[in-house]
Design a protein around this ligand. Structure first.
Ligand code: MEV
Length: 317
């Protein structure tokens, strides 16, 4: 049997970085996905293929000897093979529509889709188990992950997420018009998260004030999302951007993009780790196209919609 699974990328509407330290975040799954096709093979190897390269790795290999590019996928495959007492290996092929290192949850979506696809070769995947495995796999390359990105990729929709507590779906039938602008500067989430940790250690009081202000902002943002109050959501996004700038995760180029789109949007901010990556902006449906036209010569930009399905699994015989 060949198994196919897919999982969406994400944008963070509110609370990136702060979520690593315990504040609630609000995330939204988007209509850009990773697809993973897997099948059992008759060798003692795990074969991994993606746009970044391909590798054949013995199942017995230690995870410590594996390149980061393949580590989470090897981890998932090996764990499932051992748990199922399977005597051979698996082939995994990863195809992604999500740009890498851009803050759109590519690595989490890859982990979720890989965990779902390989699990499905042995039994029907259960969402909570896939989430647990995907987070564990992502921790092999990103030890401090809050787990937020994997959670929204598994369940889809708009979610409130707080580390070490349950996630909550924000139910909405409304249409949100977000655009993404890619700065094309890729970032390392690990480096930026470590920098915020250092900022926290060196600026305890400032960090605590920001933590409290961000927590209050998120409450207001959740209420405005539930009421579909676009003006307030946009203002909360702009305020969140100011807090992120104070944390030191923005830069001149990102602020320039925000300025460029601000006058035609309700609000704009970094999404994800910052230090590069993408800007998201909440727009009016009727202004979206003209905004995209206006900036298209300078930046890669596109509209995104909310993905409500989360991870999906298919059997191909
Ligand atoms: C990365 O998409 C979001 C961060 O908050 C890290 C995390 O939540 O794991 C920067």
């Amino acid at each position: 049997m060949t198994s196919k699974a897919s999982a969406p990328g994400k944008i963070i509407l509110f609370g990136e970085h702060f979520v690593v330290h315990g504040v609630k975040a609000v995330l939204c799954a988007i209509n850009k996905r990773v697809t993973v096709i897997s099948k059992k093979n008759k060798t003692q190897n795990i074969f991994i293929k993606s746009s970044l390269g391909e590798n054949t790795i013995a199942i017995t290999e230690s995870i410590d000897n594996i390149d980061n590019m393949f580590k989470p996928f090897f981890f998932i495959a090996k764990k499932i093979i051992i748990e199922n007492n399977f005597s051979n290996g698996v082939d995994i092929e990863i195809q992604s529509e999500i740009p890498i290192g851009a803050g759109l949850g590519s690595s989490s979506a890859c982990c979720v889709a890989t965990a779902a696809s390989i699990s499905n070769l042995f039994s029907k995947p259960e969402k909570n188990k896939i989430l647990e495995l995907a987070i564990e796999a992502e921790q092999t390359i990103f030890p401090k992950t809050s787990g937020a990105d994997c959670t929204v990729s598994v369940f889809g929709g708009i979610i409130e997420y707080q580390k070490d507590s349950d996630y909550k779906i924000i139910e909405t039938e409304h249409e949100f018009n977000f655009i993404i602008v890619n700065s094309k500067k890729s970032h390392s989430t690990n480096i930026v998260v470590d920098r915020v940790n250092k900022f926290r250690t060196e600026n305890k009081e400032i960090f605590n004030d920001l933590y409290n202000d961000e927590s209050k902002l998120i409450e207001k943002a959740v209420e405005s999302l539930q009421k579909f109050n676009l003006e307030t959501i946009g203002k909360c996004m702009s305020q969140n951007q100011i807090f992120l700038e104070q944390l030191g995760v923005s830069n001149d180029q990102l602020q320039e993009i925000i300025k460029l789109v601000e006058k035609d949007t309700f609000g704009a901010k970094i999404t994800g780790a910052g230090d590069g990556g993408c800007i998201i902006a909440l727009t009016d449906k009727n202004k979206k196209e003209s905004l995209l036209q206006r900036i298209k010569t300078e930046y890669e930009s596109y509209p995104v919609t909310i993905d409500k399905t989360g991870m999906q699994v298919f059997n191909i015989t």
